[in-house]
Structure formats: structure tokens, C-alpha cells
Design a protein. Structure first.
Lengths: 319, 306
């Protein structure tokens, strides 16, 4: 296990380098000098001169890449073109809101997806199974922006049950439990939009994994021992069926972060996603690039996590 | 010697093709059994026909703001006898824009998937067949590109390039080849070790012929399935890009940019006919493609199930 972990970590290094090279390459396509954005525009002209020399803006591309990488490693993600704010600071500022939203969606996806998958598997080829199958297809087929708009239309505008946007009621000054309830009201719709495709995937995955397990001898043994259906399904079946489902844990993290872009935009959620959309509208390439870098590293870590957790959960797997 | 072998081989192929009418083809029989896939295929056919015959079917031009008989612009008119789906904020007929929008969205997705499939298959075959350092290089590049979520990468490149129709196709195509590459490489690796390929190679057949005649035909099933599912993804990506304003640009209608009007809360709340039809059009199309893709997977390659 330890050996596998080290091997897998070492394998990520070339990928990580590749990710930075690709981000740097895309940055070269963008208008403006990407190195210029690494300098704080609020400093004096003299300091600017020195900073430009330090960064070697006229160096060859490979040298520029190394300089850029050094700055990134030191936490300097550059400055926005129009307002001169630090990109790293902007992202850190927006990170908590995104973590809250994706965290809620993550819990929702597994809390709903796994039970539905088990239900679908134990009712195979019966009406509920078919209905859930069609629903899961809808879940992976519906564009998040359309689903989000439709939910706002129904639950916020027509029924008036939930707020249309934001994370908390502005100016309400709630605290404690009231604040929590207010947050829950705001997070419900965006979390559902964000979680739906993952719910569908988790459900289908749990279903097929459960069906596979239920076919095995030890389940028949448990059944013939006279154990109740509930114990056979949940204690013997589900516990084994959940092993492959664990891989979706890791794989769904980047998916949720990616989906946050459009969902946050629709619901005006003050996170990284809406920052990304605002940057697209304002053509703030340094922010877009930093978010790209951040997300791709997240995807890589998610894949790594999925592999490692799978190996950890299933001792039968040897690499 | 070599020549005679090839002739007899061709004869065998011809014979099997003659004896097999597509109606009693095993794959077709399996596909037919999947009712969802069948319904999906029929609806897709209708949508395709509607897109092809858009100029005939659409009651108005998708670009013209239509004046009513009184001479005023019919802006945001609700569905009625004159405009079955109403009009948008510029007084353009919604039904016509939906039909033309389908034409745009489907052709963008189709071309994008073509680009992605050709790229993916080419890289996958080269990596899988030749192996060694070329395989390592291609697969490491794939590992890197796959880390960038398709929508993210597409949005980023779309903000940099000019968002015209051609670029949207190119962008979606060039960011979504990775899954196909991995799939094709795996299949080629499996086939390369098979006896009949080794035999052909031992006979001195050129690599190009082996790949085109003996490998590609045998991995068509997974390629077709993956291509189908990729089309659904491409439509989703295109609509998201256009919705965000970095994809297909107004006045050209696409289902995605038609939904953009719903970002105005007034339209969202009181003029649902402006955004709902386009949304349902995207949903139904993608749903049907996914049904068909699932049906094809079960029909063409029963091993791939689950």
C-alpha cells in the first residue's frame, strides 16, 4: 500500500508539470503580456522597471516559463488587469463560499444517490427501477443552467418558497441558528442543481455494483441462513457494493467544482465560479488562468484520491 | 501467394455480408428490444429532419423582427395563432428560431464530435499500435489534457479566440478527444496481441493496411458508442458556451444563446415561452442521444455493459 501510494504520487509529478506547461501555453495565446500581469501595478515606475527586469519579460519562452512557475510556487498568481487586485487574494476570498456549496452538494449526492441505487437494485426490472433509470438519464442530460432557471422559476418566483439568489439575506444580520436556516434556504436550490448529475451517476454506479454483489455466493449463503432481507441487502450486500462507489468520491470532487461555474453564476453565489464567469465577461485572463490551474490540479488530486481510496478499501486489489 | 490469400479473404467477407440482411442482424435485434433507445432514435430522426428542412418548416425568418398588422413590433408576444411559440425580446418568431437553433446546435455538435473522434482515434491507434516512446508521449499528454474539465477549457479558449461558429466547433472538438484516445488505445493494445494480427504481420503486411483493414473494423463498435455519447456532451458544452455568451453569437440562433434571455428576471418570471422551449429542446435532444448511446452499447458490444 505504501509502495503504491509513493508510486502513484511520483506519477503525478510529470502530470503536474504538464498542467503548468499547458496553462502557460494557453496564456501565451491570450492578448497582453502574461508576465506583465505578475507585477503589482500599484508600485512606483522605478520599482516596476526593476520588477520587469527581474521577471525577464523579453527572455525566451522556456526561461519565462520557469520564472512564471517560481512566482506561482511562491503564491503569486498575478494581478488583475483592470483593478490591480491580487488574483490569489481574490480566489482565497471566494473559496469558502464555493467549498460550502460543493460540500453541501457532495453530501447530498451520496446521501440521495446511494439509497436510491440500492432501492433500484433490489427492485430490478420492476416499475421503480425503470422510473429511477429514466430519472437518472434526465439527471445526466439536463443542462445545469436550464435546470437552475427552471427551479428558480418554480420554487422562488412562482411559489415563493426559497430565495432566488445569494448565500445569505443581505442586511438581515441573522446569527446562530437563524443564520443557519437562512443559509439552508439559500443553498437548497443551487446544491440540488449542482448535485443532480452526481446523484444520477452515484445511483447508477451503486445499482450496478449492488447487482453484481447480490449475484455472489456469499449472498446466497447469507440468504439461505435465514437472515432477513434487510440484513442481507444492507449488511452483506451494500458494504461490499460500496467499495467501487468510493472511487466516485474522488472523481466527483472536480466535477462538482467544475459545475460550480454555471450554478454559481445562475444563483449569484459569491464563490469562485461566479468569479470565473465575471472574469470571462471582463476578459480578466490572469484570473481565468489561475482558476484553470487550480481546477486541473484539483482534478488530478481527485483522480489520485480515487485510486488510493480504492486500493485502501479493497485489499484484494494489488498493484 | 500474398495476392491469392487476400482474394479469398475478400470472398469470405462478401459472403457473410450477403447472408446477413440488416433486419436479422443480432445487434439490431438487441437494439430493438431497448424501448427507450428506439424512442430516442425516432425522436432524433424527427429533430434531424426538422433541422435539415428548416427553411421549409420555419414559418418566419429567424432573423427578422416581425411587424404585426397594425405596423408595431410584436415584442415578447405570448404564444398565439400567429406565433405558435410567441416572439422574443426583438420580436422574432420563437418557433422559427427554435428550428434554426436546432440546425446550428446539431451541426456544431456533429462537426465537433467529428474533429474529436478523428483526433482521438488517430492518437489512440498510433499510441496503441506502435507502443514504446510514442505511446508514452501521447498518453502523458492525454493524462494532462484530461485534467482540464472540458467546459473549463472550452470557456477559456473561447474567451481568447473570436467566438464564431467555426471556432466553437474547433474548440469543442479539440478539447474532447481524450476519452476516445484512451478507449481506442486500450482496444488496439488488446487486438495487437491477437493471433490473426500477428499472422498478418508475419506475412509482411504493411502497418497501414493492418490498421485500416484488420484493426479499425474490429473496434468500430466502441468508437461508435463513444462518439454517440460524445455528441450529447458536445451539445451540452455548446449550449453552455452560448448561454454564457462565448459560444454561438446573436443574431445566429442556438438553443444555448436563446436561454440567455432568461437571465433577465422579468423574462424568467413572466415570459416563460422565451426560454422554456429552447431548454426543453436541449434536454430532449441530449436525453435521446444518451438513450440511443446506451442502446447501442448494449446492442453492439454486450461485453461493455456496466
Amino acid at each position: 500500500m505504501k509502495k503504491y501510494l509513493i508510486k502513484r504520487l511520483l506519477q503525478s509529478i510529470p502530470i503536474l508539470i504538464g498542467i503548468t506547461i499547458m496553462t502557460f501555453a494557453i496564456m501565451q495565446l491570450a492578448p497582453g503580456n502574461p508576465m506583465q500581469t505578475m507585477i503589482d501595478p500599484k508600485i512606483s515606475a522605478e520599482e516596476m522597471q526593476r520588477a520587469q527586469e527581474n521577471l525577464g519579460m523579453n527572455d525566451s519562452l522556456p526561461v519565462q516559463y520557469v520564472t512564471w512557475l517560481k512566482e506561482i510556487a511562491q503564491g503569486n498568481f498575478g494581478y488583475t488587469v483592470k483593478t490591480g487586485q491580487s488574483v490569489g487574494g481574490l480566489i482565497v476570498e471566494r473559496l469558502p463560499a464555493t467549498l460550502l456549496l460543493t460540500g453541501t452538494a457532495f453530501i447530498m449526492a451520496f446521501a440521495i444517490g446511494v439509497p436510491l441505487g440500492v432501492y433500484s437494485a433490489t427492485h430490478r426490472y420492476k416499475l421503480p427501477d425503470y422510473v429511477l433509470t429514466v430519472i437518472s438519464f434526465v439527471g445526466i442530460s439536463i443542462p445545469s443552467f436550464f435546470f437552475g432557471l427552471a427551479l428558480i422559476f418554480i420554487f422562488a418566483l412562482k411559489l415563493g418558497w426559497l430565495p432566488t439568489s445569494g448565500m445569505i439575506t443581505v442586511g438581515a444580520d441573522y446569527s446562530g441558528f437563524q443564520l443557519f436556516v437562512d443559509y439552508l434556504k439559500h443553498v437548497t436550490l443551487p446544491a440540488i442543481v449542482l448535485a443532480l448529475p452526481t446523484i444520477a451517476v452515484v445511483m447508477r454506479f451503486t445499482r450496478s455494483s449492488m447487482l453484481e454483489v447480490l449475484n455472489q455466493d456469499f449472498i446466497r449463503t447469507a440468504d439461505s441462513k435465514g437472515l432477513s432481507k434487510k440484513v442481507v441487502y444492507l449488511k452483506h450486500g451494500l458494504r461490499n457494493a460500496l467499495i467501487p462507489v468510493i472511487t466516485i468520491f474522488g472523481l466527483s470532487i472536480p466535477f462538482l467544482f467544475g459545475g460550480a461555474y454555471i450554478t454559481e453564476h445562475i444563483f449569484n453565489w459569491p464563490g469562485m465560479g461566479s468569479l470565473g464567469i465575471q472574469s470571462i465577461v471582463a476578459r480578466e485572463y490572469p484570473v481565468i488562468m489561475a482558476l484553470n490551474l487550480f481546477t486541473s490540479i484539483l482534478v488530478m488530486s481527485g483522480n489520485l484520491l480515487a485510486d488510493v481510496m480504492y486500493a485502501w478499501a479493497d485489499p484484494r486489489i494489488r498493484y | 501467394m500474398n495476392g491469392s490469400l487476400e482474394v479469398s479473404e475478400e470472398k469470405i467477407i462478401v459472403q457473410t455480408e450477403e447472408s446477413k440482411s440488416w433486419r436479422d442482424n443480432a445487434a439490431w435485434k438487441r437494439f430493438k428490444k431497448n424501448r427507450l433507445a428506439l424512442i430516442g432514435a425516432v425522436i432524433l430522426m424527427v429533430l434531424l429532419l426538422a433541422s435539415i428542412m428548416a427553411p421549409v418548416l420555419a414559418p418566419y425568418s429567424p432573423y427578422d423582427s416581425i411587424k404585426s398588422e397594425a405596423g408595431t413590433l410584436d415584442v415578447l408576444a405570448p404564444p398565439g395563432s400567429e406565433h405558435i411559440l410567441g416572439t422574443d425580446s426583438l420580436g422574432r418568431d420563437m418557433l422559427s428560431r427554435i428550428i434554426y437553433g436546432g440546425r446550428v446546435s446539431l451541426s456544431v455538435a456533429f462537426v465537433a464530435v467529428m474533429i474529436a473522434t478523428v483526433t482521438g482515434v488517430l492518437l489512440g491507434v498510433i499510441a496503441g499500435y506502435y507502443g514504446r516512446w510514442i505511446d508514452t508521449i501521447i498518453m502523458r499528454i492525454t493524462d494532462v489534457v484530461i485534467c482540464f474539465p472540458v467546459l473549463f477549457l472550452a470557456i477559456t479558449v473561447a474567451t481568447i479566440l473570436k467566438p464564431n461558429l467555426f471556432n466553437v466547433m474547433l474548440i469543442i472538438g479539440l478539447v474532447s478527444w481524450t476519452t476516445m484516445t484512451r478507449l481506442v488505445r486500450g482496444e488496439v493494445l488488446r487486438l495487437r496481441e491477437m493471433d490473426y494480427i500477428e499472422a498478418t504481420r508475419a506475412m509482411g503486411q504493411r502497418d497501414f493496411i493492418i490498421i485500416m483493414k484488420h484493426i479499425l473494423p474490429n473496434i468500430m463498435a466502441p468508437i461508435v458508442v463513444q462518439g454517440t455519447l460524445q455528441t450529447a456532451e458536445a451539445i451540452l458544452t455548446e449550449s453552455a458556451l452560448s448561454f454564457l455568451g462565448v459560444g454561438v453569437q446573436q443574431p445566429v440562433p442556438s438553443w444555448g444563446n436563446m436561454l440567455n434571455e432568461a437571465t433577465s428576471i422579468m423574462v424568467l418570471q413572466f415570459k416563460p415561452w422565451v426560454w422554456m422551449p429552447a431548454g426543453f429542446a436541449i434536454l430532449i435532444t441530449i436525453l435521446c442521444i444518451n438513450f440511443v448511446g446506451d442502446g447501442l452499447r448494449d446492442a453492439l458490444d454486450p461485453k461493455m455493459k456496466n
